[in-house]
Design a protein around this ligand. Structure first.
Ligand SMILES: [Zn+2]
Ligand SMILES: [Zn+2]
Length: 340
């Protein structure tokens, strides 16, 4: 099969490799569309600080945001041609976190496309438990189920109720997904991103308000928007360390801050705000299998909005261009047409 293989830091070749052989309980898939995200860029750069263990895995076929169709399921559970998204987590199943249901935080977590070969290839074998049918959702939308699933978990961490207000930093696919999940939950959201195209997309994805003001003047805007109350929840989907400090300043007393952006950088925080406002600060990583299925249903319900997201579509042969640099500001996601 053809595959895009990351052979070394910042080196990728599109080449023929042996077909995968499905093991017991595995389903053979044909990837159709695969999204590229920030964590893919980190791995490609050789900066795996936020992806422990991944740096030892080269050569690697990357790609964990996978829309695919079933080629063969020996168990007969999935018919050939069934369109699916792939929950990309493999967990140990026996540790304290796994047995408590927090499988996404398993210390032995492995991610398809990060620690194991992923979707940027003509075929992929994954455990049946990781295969989630998406009905007739278009492949480009199905590739967005994974970032939306990260948002589903982040919002679950945020403990919101209908009628709450949330500020979301970062209009990438996860931040957009957070707006979508919050809108679906009846929470009013203000999306903050410096790029006009990204806040326009946020308005489509359910953000009630948007702003491109990220520093001076933001506090006043948030104050006016929340009627002087401050938001109940602030979500950092940027991974920029200074955003955490901004979030602590903005959130209402007794509110919650959820950090979902990946970074290996550090930044100063006014720690006194934690006690003074009794803020809960929670990290959020990936999602559970049930949350992934929730995300697939959400993408189906919001198909028009999902289809309107500004994306860049490239062929497998151009994968290196997607991994070599950040997306332009008018694009929220680069999607690789694996079969194109
Ligand atoms: Zn990702
Ligand atoms: Zn575990």
């Amino acid at each position: 099969m053809i595959a895009a293989v990351t052979t070394d830091a910042r080196r990728l070749v599109v080449t023929e490799v042996p077909d995968p052989v499905p093991g017991p309980g595995e389903v053979l898939l044909r990837p159709l569309v695969v999204g590229v995200c920030g964590s893919d860029l980190h791995l490609f750069d050789g900066d795996a600080g936020a992806l422990s263990g991944a740096e030892r895995g080269l050569p690697r076929i990357q790609g964990h945001e996978i829309a695919a169709e079933v080629l063969d399921d020996p168990s007969g559970r999935f018919a050939a041609g069934t369109r699916v998204a792939v929950w990309p987590l493999l967990t140990c199943g026996t540790c304290r976190l796994c047995t408590a249901g927090a499988v996404n935080a398993c210390p032995s977590l492995r991610v398809i496309g990060v620690h194991l070969d992923g979707g940027l290839a003509g075929a992929l074998a994954v455990p049946a438990a990781n295969v989630v049918p998406v009905g007739d959702v278009a492949p480009a939308a199905a590739a967005l189920v994974e970032p939306v699933s990260v948002a589903v978990h982040a919002v679950a961490r945020g403990r919101v109720r209908p009628g709450d207000r949330a500020v979301v930093f970062g209009g990438g696919a996860v931040g957009q997904g957070v707006c979508l999940v919050l809108a679906d939950a009846g929470v009013s959201t203000l999306l903050v991103d410096p790029a006009p195209a990204r806040v326009r997309a946020g308005a489509l994805w359910g953000a009630a308000a948007t702003t491109t003001t990220t520093h001076d003047g933001l506090a006043a805007e948030v104050d006016a928007w929340s009627g002087g109350q401050g938001p109940d929840l602030v979500v950092d989907a940027t991974g920029v360390p200074s955003v955490l400090d901004t979030a602590l300043h903005l959130v209402r007393a007794g509110g919650t801050v959820v950090a979902v952006g990946l970074t290996s950088a550090a930044g100063p925080v006014h720690t006194g705000l934690l006690a003074a406002k009794e803020v809960a600060v929670l990290g959020s990583s990936c999602c559970t299998g049930a949350e992934f299925a929730t995300a697939a249903a959400l993408v189906g319900r919001w198909a028009d909005a999902v289809g309107a997201l500004p994306v860049r579509r490239i062929g497998l042969a151009d994968t290196v261009s997607a991994l070599s640099g950040r997306d332009a500001d008018d694009v929220v996601k680069t999607l690789v047409d694996v079969t194109g």
